[in-house]
Design a protein around this ligand. Structure first.
Ligand SMILES: [Zn+2]
Ligand SMILES: [Zn+2]
Length: 352
């Protein structure tokens, strides 16, 4: 089937929106055919090995690793996480802000430590996930259930619809960046160095850690941990939580996922307005480490042209398609309880 723009099941960029509150002209659907799954045994074995070694690494993390190794593993978790959230996700997949080359270089290094494929490939899969959300062209179609959307999608061959519709996706902006082209070209050399060799060698040579503690804790346990946290955005945050912005889609506001995924669990908002660099409304920055990271670099001038959505449009959308769980807008909101307003302490009021 030829790629067809009207097949889209979610907005990807603001230019896709057709209603004043930035939605598609038609309601989204949820679809999964009975296409038989073809297992990829190499991946099944590799992920089994990863998770067994990660369990052992988690045990060593608690029992025998030096504290410096544990802190190092934590730092690697945060920076590799940022390589996905601030890099592959918000910068490259969604173009929700722009970054000068030093920040892009930092993010590509962080992204390579995370080993979730090159940023170009990650962004391609993720654009498909938003544009064809919850259909067979969504790589981790949550309509197929928790396991499939978490890890199962990586253990089977891609659905033919994904390849079909993927041909129509514009990735020219990604290939225009020499830093991203370099990462993709040398990925099979750079990734093992960043994700496995460096995390093992640094603890051994810098603070005399044993080879096995360094490998199982800072490489395998840390890698499997951030991988599962990323997958929770596709599985748990597509299943559990409120839908204050659009009740017709699966993505939900999941605070637990946000805490571990550095602010990426406000997923109902994110699928409603994917080009917002905050991936959440204002006010959630406390649980949104990635937004704070981008704001910090915006102060330095390395991050710029940060895109966000106006409160008026959010409110319109909440009123039209939300499930009614949206919190109060603030003082004077129509849902603001009268007795609560009367009882509030107001310092120096000037409006009455
Ligand atoms: Zn999603
Ligand atoms: Zn996204």
């Amino acid at each position: 089937m030829a790629p067809n723009a009207s097949d889209a099941n979610g907005v990807l960029f603001e230019s896709d929106a057709a209603t004043p509150d930035l939605a598609l002209p038609h309601a989204p659907v949820q679809r999964a055919d009975a296409y038989p799954r073809q297992y990829v045994w190499r991946n099944i074995l590799l992920f089994a090995y990863l998770h067994l070694t990660a369990l052992y690494g988690g045990f060593l993390f608690l029992t025998s690793a030096k504290w410096q190794t544990d802190v190092f593993a934590y730092i690697l978790y945060v920076v590799s996480g940022l390589g996905i959230t601030a890099g592959a996700h918000r910068l490259w997949a969604h173009k929700s802000y722009k970054a000068k080359w030093p920040l892009r270089l930092i993010l590509v290094i962080f992204n390579t430590i995370a080993f979730q494929d090159s940023a170009i490939d990650w962004a391609r899969d993720h654009r498909m996930h938003h544009k064809y959300s919850e259909t067979d062209a969504d790589p981790h179609n949550a309509t197929r259930g928790f396991f499939f959307s978490h890890i199962g999608w990586l253990l089977v061959r891609k659905h033919p619809e994904l390849k079909n519709k993927g041909k129509g996706l514009d990735l020219s902006d990604l290939y225009a960046d020499p830093i991203l082209r370099f990462q993709k070209k040398y990925y099979l050399l750079l990734m093992p160095l960043a994700c496995f060799v460096m995390p093992t060698v640094v603890p051994v040579y810098c603070w005399g850690e044993s080879w096995s503690n360094a490998y199982f804790v800072a490489a395998m346990f840390r890698y499997a941990f951030i991988l599962n946290v990323t997958w929770l955005v596709n599985s748990a945050a597509h299943k559990w939580g409120d839908k204050p912005y659009d009740k017709a889609i699966k993505p939900s506001e999941n605070i637990s996922v946000s805490i571990f995924a550095l602010g990426e669990g406000f997923h109902n908002y994110h699928h409603t307005f994917p080009w917002d660099y905050k991936t959440a409304e204002l006010g959630n920055n406390r649980l949104n480490f990635t937004t704070n990271f981008i704001n910090f670099f915006a102060k330095l001038g390395w991050a710029y042209d940060l895109k966000t959505v106006s409160e008026e449009i959010i409110q319109q959308r909440v009123n039209r398609t939300g499930d009614g769980s949206h919190h109060l807008w603030g003082w004077g909101d129509k849902d603001h309880d009268r007795t609560e307003a009367d009882a509030a302490i107001r310092i120096n009021p000037k409006d009455e």
